[in-house]
Design a binder for this molecule. Sequence first.
Ligand SMILES: [Zn+2]
Length: 485
Amino acid sequence: MSEKILDGVLEKFAKLAAIPRPSGHEEQVSNFLKNFFEEHGFEVVQDDSKNIIAEIPASIGKENAPLTILQAHMDMVCVAAEGYEYNPTRDPIKLIRGEKFLEAEGTSLGADDGIGIAEILYLVENREKFSHGRLRIIFTVNEEQGMVGAMNLDEKFLAAADFLINCDSERFGELVVGCAGTVHATLWRELHYVRPDTKLPYSLEIKIGGLRGGHSGEEIASGRINAIKIAAQIMRQITLRGKIRLATFSGGKAFNVIPDSAEFTFATDLKAPVVEKICAELESRLKKIYSTELNLKIEVKIVSRPDKVLHVKDYDALSNFITLIHSGVYLLSPEDPTQVIASANLGVVRIDGDIIELKILPRGNDDALIDEFIEGFDQAARLCAFERKFSPPTPAWIFNPDSKLLELAEEIFTEQNGYAPAIKTTHTGLETSFFAKKNPALEIISIGTTNENIHSPNERLHLDTVAPHVKFIAGMLEKISAIES
Ligand SMILES: [Zn+2]
């Protein structure tokens, strides 16, 4: 039975893998999915964003049961191993099926979230094997680059529904029941340059590297140091003993990546060995605190004299601002201190001509926590004369402990698998935030197969979680079909 389910789902997955589907290029896969539902005789809508919405009628006699949405996203993060020839908009994913895992040759696999799509297609084709109420299938585009499909989905497609099962979580055995909201905060200041003072005869470069970095939602609580924060610490230490006039400064890669490196150059009245000592002391102090960051390396190099350096007012404003900005874990759940519910990541600092720009991504598992961050950044920006822009917030999906759907899910999971699922809120983002916002009465859970190393060429799917996940969804639908609404 399980073997048959697995083969059936993988057959669907192979069809998806053959269609290139990086985020923002979903037309082909969207058309494929539209055809699937049309060929099976179902009503299907392809909206302007290329989201697919299909209606599956209830089993006979179950027409009054609650309307349930099954949902997954059709795009994938396309990355290849170094040296592997791969064009994400043209090349299919080559699958390697092993005994325990499904992997891709040289690239990411796209089980995130193709396996969710494949399972739902399989369930639709096998719908006569279990009873179910009315079903709506929603396949969204572009989850991976800003949840564009979910954001643009017309709320009428969520309005009449009672329950939604999202298939975009990465660990079977976990029921995800809440997620974080975010805001992209961009802060900048115009800079003024002067010639470096002749009383500052030394010119140095400091490079901070060897840090682990990582995803700012998933890894924020695993002892990663922010390279930009270290840079600001060094600047302050230098200021305590001498003078520093900054010439260049850069660090970090993106809003949602913890900066693993930063570098800056400056003119100073301190000789290189004095600055080296400051850096060495800080390095060893940090390594004592963070056993997780033993590869941290702070290097000092003598460089040629810069033509221009930041005016002292700009330097003060900048170093004060970075010191004031919180980066890292901010709040743990009072009910479950293993879960982070608020954090911020100072992700990027960059001097570009006459402008210095900072990018910060706060996350909060409640919208009020995001507001608190915005307020704090706004005040700090005011104090240090920085301009600021906040993107429209992605809402948090807030845990509903009274959810009937959750109660059913716990019961069915335990019955089928012989152990209770872990109930989790995640500190990353999920499309469910938008669905909850568009229909606050909608009860939602998220559960997926176990997918390892997603968004990397080492992504792999645990094959033994596919059939249990399919059976779980079918079990849920069967149970829901018994409810008279
Ligand atoms: Zn995903």
